[in-house]
Design a binder for this molecule. Structure first.
Ligand code: PHE
Length: 465
């Protein structure tokens, strides 16, 4: 879609809800809690919040403003502002292509758990210390089947153009998800207080500064990009649909509060439930939510029923995010390869299945193949969130500072109201973010090398958590 023909969101609420639909997903409910558990609980939470109100704010404002100013999605937007720099848009476009396949693998896990709870077997998923999860993900056919269903449903929604219907449904589902998450979180805390004197709550809330390392920041920043759908061109696309009279700064604040709020609650629901055995056993990686929650539902009154409702709601959150990932890839393929939409959808569907296979098999027959000492899913996740996204974010900051100047963004924001965070925005984009992002990139690459065994000794000590 080029300029004039572009449809737009009706008013501010429409924009905020659509952007929040993309932002709130598995990133908040599945990814945030396991990272927080792994990277020191309270220390991670604090780091994340500080980054969200500084980096997250500045970058989201910048992306939305660039999108609205040009009326184009990422590749076109960078190109329209400066021909030489459209490569930043291309780089951003790689990110959803890496994320969607493994996102769908986790979407498949959600479907499996939903099926278990709906059929009255949900409590069985609490068996052993994560034994059910390990056994299920270690299989070959069944996880592929669920993963295929998840990506298939996503593609059907996109094919029949019923995204609006899903988004409307999720406007009802999301508030229910928030309420249910609060209830489960309170329950988790009560159990934690009764059984462990609140050790889990303390782990989540009290920052332990000895747990801080450069990797805390790397992980928190990667999570920030992922959770807010930043540094991958998506917010540029959404900005291009935004009406000229909607206040960008206020909208960003609302998305931020909503997105961070849900992640925070998800942590509260999951982390106290896993700290009980002592904080040593906290890091359970990508399986954490699927191991911790069934235990909570097992001890909860009507747990089977509540679990079923919970997984339905999570499924909706995951679908709206998967749709926004799929739409981004499809529109790029349509524009650049001049393919018909139907063919583009078929290409994305098949490509996704192929790219997702290593991620799902990485927990089973491919579990001995460990790129950078990670399972495939974690590897793809690391590649997009800790390597490519920081690079895109860095290039975006440099592009704004040296090519279009911060004023271009500021003017766009001010065209629809006061820009109270202007100084903050400017300082972050011009100075803080670039320096920080370079450090982050170096740390994240070094850490990858440490994991792979290439770096040891003092340097490794410093960078490791
Ligand atoms: N932000 C989404 C989440 O938190 C994931 C996502 C990433 C969606 C990138 C779209 C684009 O789950």
């Amino acid at each position: 879609m080029e300029n004039g023909k572009r449809s737009s969101f009706t008013g501010k609420l429409g924009f905020v809800l659509a952007a929040a639909g993309s932002a709130v997903g598995l990133g908040n409910i599945w990814r945030f809690p396991y990272l927080a558990a792994e990277y020191g609980g309270g220390m991670f939470l604090l780091t994340y919040i500080v980054l969200a109100v500084t980096f997250g704010f500045a970058l989201m404002v910048a992306e939305i403003a660039i999108g609205r100013k040009t009326g184009l999605s990422a590749i076109g937007a960078f190109g329209a502002l400066s021909k030489k720099h459209s490569f930043i848009g291309y780089l951003a476009a790689i990110v959803p292509i890496i994320i969607l396949p493994y996102y769908s693998v986790i979407g498949g896990w959600v479907l499996k758990y939903l099926a278990m709870f709906i059929s009255g077997n949900g409590i069985a998923t609490a068996d052993g210390e994560g034994a059910f999860f390990t056994e299920f993900t270690g299989l070959i056919g069944e996880p592929i089947l669920w993963f295929g269903i998840f990506i298939g449903v996503t593609m059907l929604i996109v094919l029949f153009g019923v995204e609006k219907g899903i988004e409307n449904a999720s406007k009802v589902m999301m508030p229910i998800l928030v309420v249910l998450t609060i209830i489960i979180a309170i329950y988790s805390m009560v159990i934690d207080i009764a059984e462990d004197g609140g050790a889990g709550i303390a782990y989540y809330f009290v920052p332990d500064f000895s747990k801080f390392s450069p990797m805390t920041v790397v992980a928190a920043l990667g999570q920030l990009f992922y959770s807010m759908s930043l540094a991958m061109g998506i917010m540029i696309t959404y900005g291009s649909y935004m009406k000229k009279d909607v206040n960008i700064e206020n909208s960003v604040h609302q998305i931020e509060i909503f997105d961070t709020g849900i992640a925070f609650l998800a942590g509260l629901m999951i982390i106290p439930a896993v700290v009980s055995a002592g904080t040593e056993s906290v890091g359970k990686g990508p399986g954490l939510m699927f191991i911790a929650l069934p235990k909570v539902f097992e001890s909860m009154p009507a747990g089977e029923f509540i679990g079923a409702i919970f997984f339905i709601l999570v499924l909706f959150a995951a679908l709206t995010s998967a749709i926004s990932l799929a739409e981004t890839i499809i529109s790029i393929i349509c524009d650049k390869l001049h393919l018909k939409r139907l063919y583009a959808i078929i290409v994305v569907f098949i490509g996704c299945i192929l790219l997702g296979l290593p991620s799902t098999l990485g927990f089973g027959i491919l579990s001995d193949v460990k790129p950078l000492n990670m399972d495939f899913l974690t590897f793809f996740d690391f590649l997009s969130n800790s390597v490519i996204m920081p690079i895109v974010a860095l290039l975006t900051c440099l592009f704004i500072t040296f090519v279009i100047k911060t004023k271009t963004v500021e003017d766009e924001v001010e065209s629809s109201g006061k820009f109270s965070g202007k100084m903050l925005f400017r300082v972050i984009i011009k100075y803080v973010a670039p320096i920080f992002l370079v450090i982050i990139l170096i740390s994240s690459v070094i850490n990858g090398l440490i994991d792979a065994g290439y770096v040891t000794g003092g340097v490794a000590e410093f960078f490791k958590i």
